[in-house]
Design a protein around this ligand. Structure first.
Ligand code: ZN
Ligand code: ZN
Length: 434
């Protein structure tokens, strides 16, 4: 290679590095300047939470903000969803960024002045409403990301799609909603999304830290119903019954062998839980049937398939051995795919996170057996879902109130890191594609 060519290549890559650093500095300065505004937005959402598919006030605030930035806005997707499209000054990939908008039927108990006092009815019951999972912070962070990126529009090599999604926590029986419905209504099309990024604040991870996991990050979920049918008899004459209660007890015990004997524990965990069992109504009647409800959690499609097969085999064969029958429905009413972080994408975006938070603050985390409907986007396009620290510095993760509880609390000082992380991942992804 000629010396002049080597020299010009060096100059070019030095220019690219300088340009990258300049963009990062711009993002960081703008994100820091917006921190107070992010807190104001978050507190307003926090004080006025809305349940899934009812995010009317919330989505109106978001739509208005995006419109004020000159972003192209569509509302009413999957009931209350809002999507904004920001076209950069140069052609390039379409990066989707997602925030969820719903609160939970929880009565708030935190002493903060902006605590929710909202009450509503849910499933026919009077309930409180609280942003007890931190979705208020996700919205506020993404609104700031939209503001930062739209101010840098001319420098963007691609398009950003801002997805504000309703009903992440699920909907009332009979309703449709959440990410699955957003995908069905075409949120990943027109323009076609190449990659999706999202974050979840975490009340048990210290502020300033980001945690991530390549591959299966949050569990795939199937709920299940098992109905065991036998023959009813007087409780004093069990020999004339086919006892569905004894049979159900055997099924529950046998199901424990799936995790202990079928799952390769060196690779991925799995969970088999029976959470409800209903049968009989008094001490001296053996009932005709028993209903059990439960949940299955896994981290790979192969494990998910195996759990379904083994539960079905164990339930039906154990029942058969007792002269009873078992009918198994999986999924019964709920299915979430695995929240799967594309390993190659995760690897590529890691430097971006490390430069944003400092390498020592970006930590590999164990898999989470909870679920996220972000997985419905990742089923269609490669995606990365990270966790953002929201626990006060020096806190004890075991004592910090967990998500979905009345005392759930978030330290707001971690928000600007979330804004920076989403902005920098978007810009770096676009620039790596050039
Ligand atoms: Zn939640
Ligand atoms: Zn959540």
């Amino acid at each position: 290679m000629k010396a002049s060519l080597i020299l010009s290549l060096c100059v070019c890559s030095l220019q690219a590095i300088a340009q990258k650093n300049a963009l990062r500095t711009q993002v960081n300065t703008k994100a820091d300047a917006l921190q107070e505004q992010v807190i104001t937005w978050r507190r307003d959402f926090h004080e006025h939470p809305e349940l899934g598919n009812h995010e009317v006030r919330t989505s109106a605030i978001i739509a208005k903000h995006l419109q004020s930035l000159g972003i192209e806005v569509t509302t009413g997707i999957a009931t209350t969803g809002v999507v904004g499209v920001l076209k950069g000054g140069h052609p390039g990939p379409v990066v989707a960024l997602r925030a969820d908008m719903d609160g939970l039927p929880v009565i708030e108990r935190t002493p903060v002045p902006f605590a929710s006092k909202v009450k509503t009815t849910y499933n026919g019951q009077e309930v409180g409403v609280m942003h007890a999972c931190g979705h208020d912070s996700h919205m506020a962070i993404l609104m700031a990301v939209a503001q930062v990126l739209s101010s840098m529009k001319a420098d963007l090599h691609g398009t950003v799609k801002f997805i504000f999604q309703p009903a992440e926590e699920g909907v009332e029986p009979g309703q449709k909603g959440g990410a699955e419905q957003m995908v069905k209504e075409g949120v990943l099309e027109n323009p076609k999304v190449d990659v999706v990024f999202g974050l979840h604040i975490n009340s048990q991870t210290e502020v300033g830290k980001i945690t991530y996991r390549p591959g299966g990050t949050m569990a795939g979920v199937n709920d299940m119903q098992i109905i065991v049918k036998g023959r009813s008899a007087h409780g004093a004459y069990p020999w004339s019954s086919v006892d569905p209660i004894v049979t159900s007890a055997q099924i529950i015990n046998n199901l424990q062998t799936i995790v202990s004997r079928n799952i390769n524990v060196t690779e991925n965990p799995a969970v088999v839980t029976i959470g409800a069992i209903k049968g009989g109504n008094r001490s001296n009647i053996i009932p005709e049937s028993v209903e059990m409800l439960g949940t299955l959690r896994s981290f790979t499609p192969a494990d998910e398939k195996m759990l379904v097969t083994r539960v079905t085999e164990i339930a039906t064969k154990t029942a058969e051995a007792q002269g009873a029958t078992a009918t198994v429905k999986i999924p019964y009413s709920n299915h979430y795919p695995v929240t799967y972080n594309d390993p190659e994408l995760t690897q590529k975006m890691l430097p971006s996170l490390q430069q944003t938070a400092g390498a020592a603050n970006v930590l590999l985390r164990p898999p989470v057996t909870g679920a996220e409907d972000f997985s419905f986007y990742q089923e269609k396009v490669p995606g990365l879902f990270i966790f953002l620290g929201g626990m006060p510095k020096g806190g004890d993760p075991l004592k910090a109130p967990s998500h979905h509880t009345p005392d759930f609390y978030i330290d707001e000082s971690g928000f600007s890191l979330g804004v920076k992380a989403l902005c920098n991942m978007t810009i770096d992804y676009m620039n790596n594609k050039r």
